[in-house]
Write a protein that binds this ligand. Structure first.
Ligand code: TRP
Ligand code: ZN
Length: 872
């Protein structure tokens, strides 16, 4: 009877090369209304030294196999069998070189997992990373098998006028019955996860890019016809990214064509398929009416990210999926550097560090903790995590800080020189960095081996007589198993400020390697104020005692913009945490006068860059604050947060209103430059404070902004303020938002949902349930699901209602979604994994829901893996 699917755990230590390898892949796709035929012809070779009688194993998942032949001879069923659910084995002996042909049929129309070949709206498209190619045809579906691909697509000409695959189009023409075809050839050997094909009725924009060796590259961006006008920002971003990679890393594009296709239904942000990037519409489409300033910047970053993968990922790829951070950590680092150069370095760094702290630190501190190079997985899709991506990028950034810009570039050059065209490991990357610079990076491997966030304590001593400064740094790190990690090799960037705020000494990078290490600096003329961990030079938690005066001093004087911001964040969190404690003890909450002074000074300092000013005024987010609470008490934390924000607003109401008004831009002309973005940021932070007061006057200001906004940034900001203050103005604004903007635009509808699901109001659960039942809500679209479910999971107080109703509601939805889209369901379930951080009733409630998932019959392996790991 219905046997439980075996959950097979794969281990990094078990890597072995295959006995055979596929060298060339020929594919024919015959797309029909409700069925697609895939004929494949694989040119296979036995590896030198492999036994002649070795069987040949191929991955295949959910395929209907019609026929199988070797060198033109049909294989009798006795020669092959499914040795595992998704693994076909052809018995040996086999020739040392042969052609394997297969014919399978699939139904893209019924593929709701969005992995393999599927249909998104009217567009046929593919998603193969990590293990989706096996859902299209039989293949050695692993990244160390690199082959060249030739592809022919046949489809109805009217419904699918555009036919695309990797590489160059070599031929196209008409066929009988209103059908047509196109053939493609990709000259670069690639792993199967980089394969892509698209067929559909798409509109497009075209442009060209001339590389520095004067090759002309055709750039095409495709979307549904009504969205074509929203592709220009992405095109502009792409050209900037291509130029930047030439200038920064000497890396040039290698084909004559580069395509981007936007689809509505996509499990992640975007995919770097060779010369045919496929994007979630949310990560590529932009117009002022539909995308916020933050969306514009995110799109620029993701376009660059996928483009940069052409070298870091595609030309040099991963040997196995445990090495994922080899391409993702490195490519995220590259896109971060690009964005820092295109916008503001300090602003971008603040945003990135916020993500690490509010998402990666909790992951590293919970049951899902894993090193950036994991040791095992059941479903690989579960390891596309903030740890692999974001902490991975921080690890790359540490090479950059330790070796310097030039040293890092030398390492990159050597990496490409050694490994272009191959599938390699994180150790190969580390070796290239070490060898190119003649340094020893042996200890640095620990960042790849050990999970957990290191804590670094700093104690400083200054000897007036000897003019000697000594810094004692002590590091410690608890591993997820509860033991102590071995000491890491990390750079600590330190600045030394004189009493007048100038730099007393040049900045230094201290290389911390020991558990406890003393750094002595001579000839220091006066006692400096230390600016530690500038630019967040290592992904750690820093402990260093200082009073509010010193923080205020740093806020005013540190030349490192990041640490100026950081000092303010520390001040905010001290007050909020103190108030949360007061709340728990039944005492009155208070506002620290020094904090109000500091906020006033920041607010009135018109010499500041407005984006930085806006971030300096922004409270640390709740996830971030929760991370430094011993036991998370959502009620006390959120109440303390609200109190603090409201009291600041009460103290500074007039200043906030003035700054708000001073930064209004004329409604009749929209501007998108750095200055205008800074003005909107600052104005909307002020509006956020004012809205915390919740009185009629400020809510009317919000409503006016919502009704007259000339861009999505201002509409979202005003609507978010109002959603947290239910009442007449809120109803009007949200209705306007829906009727005028969200009703006919999927991406704007997502924003409309997300704002309401995140709003901290007593009706939150009832609101999300109502949204779930909204006629335009469809559980089949991952963007819509994320907007509702992930936003609600971030609604600290109401998702974590003590009676468990929030947890139960979300789990009901996850189980429903899991039947259609396991990848996305599993991602959402991770929101229940951090239960150990909460008080007893909430822990019990979250655990009960995880157990319920684990005990449900027929749950996917993706979702089951999260439940099992979370409960382990
Ligand atoms: N490689 C993609 C990136 O650039 C990640 C990705 C896209 C992905 N689609 C996916 C990963 C589907 C797993 C499943 O980051
Ligand atoms: Zn990537």
């Amino acid at each position: 009877m219905a046997e439980k699917k075996a959950l097979k755990e794969k281990f990094r230590r078990d890597y072995t090369p295959t006995n055979y390898f596929v060298e060339q892949v020929n594919l024919l796709f015959q797309v029909f209304e409700d069925c697609t035929k895939v004929s494949s012809s694989l040119k296979v070779k036995r590896r030198d030294g492999a036994p002649e009688n070795a069987p040949f194993q191929l991955d295949g998942e959910g395929l209907t196999l019609q026929s199988l032949s070797i060198d033109g001879e049909t294989l009798p069923p006795s020669r092959y069998s499914w040795v595992e659910e998704d693994l076909l084995e052809i018995s040996g002996p086999l020739p040392s070189s042969f052609v394997l042909q297969s014919l399978v049929t699939t139904k893209p129309e019924e593929n709701t997992q969005l992995s393999g070949l599927y249909k998104s709206s009217s567009i046929y498209c593919t998603q193969c990373e990590a293990e989706g190619f096996r859902r299209i045809t039989l293949m050695q579906d692993r990244p160390d098998i690199m082959a060249t691909y030739e592809v022919r697509i046949e489809a109805d000409k009217e419904s699918c006028p555009v036919l695309l695959s990797n590489g160059n189009m070599t031929e196209n023409g008409d066929l009988e019955n209103g059908r047509h075809f196109a053939t493609y050839n990709d000259p670069f050997p690639k792993p199967s996860y980089l394969f892509a094909m698209v067929a559909g009725d798409l509109g497009f924009i075209r442009d060209t890019f001339v590389t520095r060796s004067e090759k002309v590259v055709a750039l095409n961006m495709y979307s549904e016809h009504n969205n074509v006008k929203k592709l220009y920002h992405a095109m502009d971003s792409l050209k900037k990214a291509m130029r930047w990679d030439e200038e920064t890393f000497g890396l040039e594009y290698d084909l004559d064509i580069f395509n981007v296709v936007a689809v509505n239904d996509f499990n992640m942000g975007a995919m770097e398929n060779k010369s045919l990037n496929i994007f979630n519409t949310s990560c590529v489409l932009a117009s002022p009416e539909t995308a916020t300033d933050a969306d514009y910047e995110r799109i620029q970053g993701i376009i660059a990210h996928e483009y940069f993968h052409n070298w870091t990922g595609n030309r040099v790829t991963c040997r196995d999926w445990f090495q994922l951070t080899l391409k993702e950590g490195l490519t995220v680092f590259r896109d971060q550097q690009f964005s820092m150069d295109m916008t503001s370095a300090a602003v971008k760094r603040i945003e990135d560090v916020n993500v690490v702290r509010s998402m990666q630190f909790p992951e590293d501190n919970g049951p899902m903790a894993h090193p950036i190079r994991p040791e095992s997985y059941i479903a690989m899709d579960n390891f596309y995590t903030v740890t692999v991506y974001r902490k991975g990028a921080e690890v790359i950034r540490m090479y950059h800080t330790l070796l310097g810009k030039e040293g890092f570039r030398k390492g990159m050059d050597l990496y490409f020189q050694r490994h272009d065209g191959s599938a390699v490991t994180c150790d190969d990357f580390r070796r290239a960095m070490a060898d190119a610079n003649g340094v020893d990076l042996t200890q640095f491997e620990r960042w790849y081996l050990q999970a957990g966030t290191p804590v670094v304590r700093c104690e400083a001593k200054y000897d007036v007589e000897a003019k000697r400064l000594s810094l004692l740094l002590k590091q410690s790190c608890r591993t997820p198993q509860g033991g102590d990690a071995l000491p890491f090799h990390m750079p600590i960037r330190v600045g030394f400020l004189a009493q007048d705020g100038s730099e007393l000494l040049p900045e230094r990078v201290l290389e911390l390697k020991e558990a406890s290490q003393e750094f002595v600096i001579e000839n220091v003329n006066s006692k400096p104020v230390l600016s530690l961990l500038r630019g967040f030079s290592a992904p750690i938690k820093l402990e260093y005692e200082r009073d509010d005066e010193e923080l205020a001093f740093l806020m005013a004087h540190d030349k490192d913009s990041f640490n100026r911001w950081e000092a303010g964040q520390l001040m905010f969190s001290r007050t909020i945490h103190a108030n949360a404690k007061a709340m728990q003890a039944g005492q009155a909450m208070q506002l620290n006068a020094k904090l109000v002074d500091a906020v006033r000074r920041t607010l009135l300092d018109t010499s500041l860059d407005k984006s930085l000013q806006a971030y300096a005024l922004t409270l640390p987010n709740l996830q971030n604050l929760a991370e430094s609470m011993e036991i998370v008490d959502p009620d006390a934390l959120v109440d303390a947060y609200k109190f603090t924000k409201k009291e600041i607003a009460r103290s500074l109401r007039d200043h906030l209103l003035k700054t708000y008004e001073a930064n209004l831009l004329p409604e009749d002309s929209f501007r998108n430059d750095a200055e205008a973005i800074g003005m909107r940021r600052l104005k909307n932070v002020c509006l956020g404070y004012l809205a915390a007061l919740g009185d009629k006057e400020v809510l009317d200001v919000c409503l006016k902004q919502a009704l007259t906004a000339n861009c999505m940034t201002d509409l979202v900001a005003a609507a978010s303020c109002l959603a947290a203050n239910p009442g007449e103005q809120s109803d009007k604004a949200l209705e306007h938002f829906y009727q005028q903007h969200a009703k006919d635009d999927n991406l704007v509808f997502c924003k409309w949902i997300a704002i309401q699901a995140a709003a901290c109001t007593d009706q939150a659960l009832e609101i999300v349930d109502k949204l779930f039942k909204h006629p335009s809500f469809t559980i089949k679209n991952p963007n819509i699901c994320r907007s509702l479910f992930i936003s609600f999971a971030g609604n600290m107080k109401h998702f974590h209602r003590a009676d468990g109703s929030g947890h139960r509601w979300l789990t009901d939805r996850i189980l429903e979604l899991d039947k259609l889209n396991p990848q996305t369901a599993a991602k959402i379930l991770t929101k229940l994994a951090g239960y150990k951080r909460f008080d007893a009733p909430r822990q019990a409630s979250m655990k009960a829901q995880l157990e319920r998932v684990r005990n449900t019959e027929g749950v996917s392996k993706d979702t089951m893996e999260i439940a099992i790991r979370a409960l382990a």
